[in-house]
Design a protein around this ligand. Structure first.
Ligand code: AMP
Ligand code: MG
Length: 284
């Protein structure tokens, strides 16, 4: 079992999961060379996934700002055939999206068989940012809102939804990039000091930082309620980027290996075509 996997029994405690790599983790150089190998392996597995046509993979990334969602996605998928995966970033829902149930906009972006879908933020925002800032909930045109029950109800909807996906051939794998408050501050300052990163910083980012403890509590209850065998969460230490990227790539490779996609077996007709094709080419 992977050490970062969030237990399925609902007993997850955020305090048991560190923002730092475990002791004895490989050096940066070793991690980077491991990542290169994993990226290659991921590409090969994706080719099989595509040829097999039975499975899809849905990868979800959630984290506080500056944890490294974008750069992790960029690095981990850097070697995969671009035709084999699709990234979707979920921001604030549009007016039209708010007129639907909260899963609708996610459903329209699910990967088809053979593909890897990557969600940069996801339906989980509905129990994170929306929970911490109830004004978002007020904008959702919901008929009855019982604040004592709504989050558990959302978790139930999400568990059922993801189990449905799993039963129908979509492997769901979810990453929480666990960055510390201290490291986030360093990265925000870098965004302000380095001109090329300026565009990433808005003053509003400090509002969510100001609600750090509320977010941590929301993450804890969300991870407890929604890490299940058919859709596991992994809590990845995010204060060290090299470690984080390699850990994510390794888990994705493990997930795909477990699906074990196969190249289709050729039937007799197809085999005859190969023999005939070779003959004709040699005769040219
Ligand atoms: P970014 O990922 O930095 O581009 O920011 C996207 C913003 O959209 C974040 O502040 C998210 O919290 C916010 N967001 C994403 N999903 C939702 C949602 N369902 N309701 C409200 N805000 C959301
Ligand atoms: Mg942002």
């Amino acid at each position: 079992m992977n050490r970062h996997r969030v237990p399925f029994d609902g007993r997850f405690s955020i305090r048991d999961f560190s923002c730092d790599p475990p002791s004895g983790a490989p050096s940066k150089k070793e991690l980077e060379s491991d990542l290169d190998d994993l990226v290659d392996e991921l590409d090969k597995l994706q080719q099989r996934l595509f040829a097999d046509e039975r499975f899809a993979v849905l990868t979800v990334f959630q984290a506080m700002d500056a944890a490294g969602k974008d750069s992790t996605i960029r690095k981990v998928f850097s070697g995969v055939n671009p035709a084999g995966f699709r990234v979707h970033a979920f921001g604030r829902p549009s007016e039209l999206e708010l007129r639907h149930d909260f899963l609708q906009r996610v459903v329209t972006r699910l990967p088809e068989r053979g593909k890897i879908g990557i969600f940069n933020r996801s339906h989980y925002e509905e129990a994170l940012v929306v929970r911490v800032h109830p004004q978002f909930l007020a904008a959702q045109h919901l008929p009855d809102v019982d604040l004592k029950r709504i989050w558990d109800e959302r978790f139930e909807s999400i568990r059922t939804f993801e189990q449905h996906l799993a039963r129908n051939g979509t492997a769901v794998v979810k990453f929480w990039l666990n960055v510390s408050r201290k490291e986030q501050k360093k990265r925000f300052i870098r965004r302000i000091e380095e001109q090329e990163k300026n565009w990433k910083f808005r003053l509003g980012d400090l509002d969510d930082r100001g609600r750090w403890d509320d977010f941590q509590a929301a993450y804890e209850s969300m991870l407890r309620a929604t890490s299940r065998p058919w859709a596991p969460w992994y809590a990845i230490p995010a204060d060290d980027k090299a470690y984080m990227r390699t850990a994510v790539a390794r888990i994705l490779v493990e997930t795909l290996k477990e699906l074990d996609p196969q190249f289709p077996k050729l039937d007799a007709d197809h085999r005859r075509e190969l023999t005939e094709g070779l003959m004709r080419l040699e005769r040219e």
